[in-house]
Write a protein that binds this ligand. Structure first.
Ligand code: 5GP
Ligand code: ZN
Length: 135
């Protein structure tokens, strides 16, 4: 791992992921400790830490892709709504120092609490296939 950043390693293909979207600048993949089924992370491939050190041009592209991927998840998983989360700094719960947006699908009446649980890899794999990679 070049810079000890797990998300850079995922972007470089050195660590596998269940991909939901990819273009030249952006990658989206399933979170391995999901809050809800379909919990997806959207990252720029270039390393920055958080909102404040990320160029506005990158943020503009990133948010447009967050919208695209959220729409895709809503259709693919028939969810009723979703959260967009973006943590900055350990005090705010950021555990990976590479900027990322969380898309957390919600269903009417679901019992979701904001607590990560270890994901089941076989389930995540099947889910990634079910969602497909959006274009
Ligand atoms: P943060 O708390 O920094 O906003 O969110 C980091 C997220 O990255 C967590 O929800 C965690 O489950 C997820 N995560 C950490 N390491 C990996 C990994 O290697 N692969 C994937 N797909 N997600 C990861
Ligand atoms: Zn990184």
């Amino acid at each position: 791992m070049k810079n000890d950043c797990v998300f850079c390693a995922i972007a470089a293909g050195e660590i596998p992921c269940f991909k939901v979207y990819e273009d030249e600048l952006v990658l989206a993949y399933l979170d391995i400790n999901p809050f809800s089924e379909g919990h997806t992370l959207v990252i720029p491939k270039a390393h920055t830490t958080g909102l404040l050190d990320t160029p506005e041009e990158t943020l503009a592209v990133l948010l447009a892709r967050v919208k695209k991927v959220a729409a895709h998840l809503k259709t693919a998983l028939c969810c009723d709504g979703f959260h967009i989360l973006q943590n900055n700094g350990a005090a705010a719960g950021q555990t990976v120092g590479h900027i990322h947006f969380h898309i957390v699908p919600r269903r009417n009446g679901d019992p979701i609490e904001f607590a990560n649980r270890p994901g089941d890899m076989e389930h995540l794999k099947a889910l990634a296939t079910r969602i497909g990679v959006c274009r």
